[in-house]
Design a protein around this ligand. Structure first.
Ligand SMILES: [Zn+2]
Length: 506
């Protein structure tokens, strides 16, 4: 019997529309880039899919679905996998290159029955509001109407009419912080394989919700979202249900229809898909009034750490500046928290990163123990960040995967890691690589919103989200030009009127 041929690829990045630093092809190559056979090996049973980040991700999950549900009947054809850390919008050239590469690889792959794509869904690019949708349209045009397309997405994806029009099945993460990359790729892959083998007829319903909510409220295992995620697990058990997804959007995406959405897939039952999509949308809409407490200022955060004497004795405090979260696309050169640590926390030992490629370049050839007096930060977004003047000792120089060159400045009670690349600091290993012991620090500054909580589980005794001012402030969402009213910027009782307009249904 002739085997079904499914090509698979990844193009993924989460964009912060307020970051002035464009994401380029070099950023993808730096973070994660695999082609053909290397991708096939990396997603195999004993492969390592995204080195330095996660052992197995969506495409490993897809390969597992092929082994378990398409053994002997499906041939998986690796194209390429490109993944960049969060940052500013892709430059036009970068987006065009990725799209053209994907189209060229699809054409070169020969006749296909299916395509499995791992996308993020909140990617931004110059000159378009919907690059993920544009990518899907290009794929659809390349393979034609008869080939089935499955897409795995982050639950922060912005679902658009293009996504819905050009993808046959969609599956999103069900955990936040995300820890189910593999099972998401598996679900998307299984739906694709079952549909191609004629076992099921995926039938889709989706709804959009004119609402946004701060990230701190969207954890799957905590209120208010726990009940909504539980509802999807109940759906899974219903006969005829193939999958359901909830998308809580990325609030620094500048799509004019920014907001949440839901997507339900059943086996040939449109009425069931519609009913469950309505129920899921209503449940998600029900949590919109939960508000986040205002985060403390840098000074207030320092006071909280100082007061937690007992906890500091048996570990460290992780402080995240919610205004400068590199994991949410900030450039990572905001010096405000470091300034506060220098000025107000001389009784506390703090480790902190900042991005400044110019400083790294200037210090790289200087001998260790040189005395240093320099301005750091404020180079990429000078209108937002004033440089901070620091004086100290050049303590260490290392090259770290993902960060490029890093110099450690010993400023006394602050150990400042100046990075050449974006400082996506979320693991204690970052500080250890610089010869610093996180157990000894009173404060470890982190640059991710949630993942650090898993990585720092052993060392962290106190998590503090502080606020300064920067491109990952929640209030920035109010500056977007939205096509229709969105909660909480507008007081809305019903999601349906805006949903119908957005989906163009009568
Ligand atoms: Zn996400």
């Amino acid at each position: 019997m002739k085997k079904l041929r499914i090509a698979y690829a990844r193009v993924a990045q989460e964009t912060n529309a307020f970051s002035p630093v464009h994401t380029e092809l070099a950023d993808f190559h730096r973070t994660h880039w695999l082609e053909a056979d290397a991708l096939h090996r990396a997603t195999d049973r004993f492969g390592y899919e995204a080195r330095g980040f996660i052992r197995n991700a969506e495409l490993s999950g897809f390969r597992r679905a092929v082994r378990q549900h398409g053994a002997g009947r499906v041939e998986a054809i690796p194209l390429f996998s490109a993944w960049a850390i969060p940052g500013g919008p892709l430059s036009r050239a970068c987006f065009d290159a990725l799209r053209d590469r994907l189209v060229a690889d699809l054409r070169a792959a020969g006749p296909l029955d299916g395509v499995m794509l791992s996308l993020h869904g909140a990617m931004g690019a110059e000159d378009t509001v919907d690059p993920d949708g544009d990518l899907l349209r290009a794929v659809r045009e390349a393979v034609g109407p008869d080939v089935k397309i499955a897409v795995s997405l982050d639950l922060h994806a912005q679902i658009t009419e293009q996504t819905e029009a050009y993808a046959d099945v969609i599956s999103a993460y069900r955990t936040n912080p995300h820890r189910d990359h593999v099972s998401t790729g598996f679900r998307a892959g299984k739906m694709l394989i079952d549909a191609l083998l004629g076992r099921t007829r995926p039938t889709v319903a989706w709804r959009t919700l004119p609402m946004v909510m701060g990230g701190g409220l969207t954890l799957d295992f905590l209120q208010p979202m726990r009940g909504v995620f539980r509802m999807m697990r109940r759906f899974d058990k219903l006969p005829g249900v193939l999958d359901s997804s909830l998308f809580m959007c990325h609030i620094w995406n500048d799509h004019p229809n920014l907001g949440w959405s839901v997507h339900v897939v059943t086996d040939g039952d449109q009425a069931l898909a519609d009913r469950l999509a309505d129920d899921l949308a209503e449940a998600a809409w029900g949590v919109r009034h939960h508000g986040l407490p205002t985060p403390p200022s840098a000074s207030e955060a320092i006071a909280k750490v100082r007061a937690a004497t007992g906890r500091r004795r048996i570990g460290t405090a992780c402080v995240c500046d919610v205004s400068d979260v590199v994991g949410a696309g900030a450039p990572g050169e905001n010096p405000r928290l470091i300034q506060a640590l220098l000025d107000e926390a001389s009784d506390l030992l703090s480790f902190a990163p900042i991005r400044d490629a110019e400083v790294v370049e200037a210090l790289w050839d200087r001998p260790i123990d040189s005395l240093v007096s320099t301005d750091v930060g404020g180079k990429l977004q000078p209108e937002l960040n004033a440089p901070l003047h620091v004086s100290g000792r050049l303590a260490r120089k290392v090259t770290l995967e993902g960060f490029d060159r890093v110099v450690l400045l010993d400023l006394g009670h602050v150990q400042l890691a100046v990075t050449e690349g974006a400082p996506l600091v979320m693991k204690p290993a970052f500080y250890r690589a610089l010869g610093l012991n996180p157990w000894k620090a009173d404060i470890c500054v982190v640059k991710s919103l949630f993942p650090f909580r898993l990585y720092f589980l052993a060392e962290n005794r106190l998590t503090i989200y502080a606020k300064t001012e920067g491109v990952t402030d929640f209030d920035l969402v109010r500056r977007f030009e939205m096509a229709h009213p969105v909660f909480p910027m507008a007081e809305l009782d019903d999601w349906r009127p805006v949903d119908r307009i957005r989906r163009h249904v009568a």
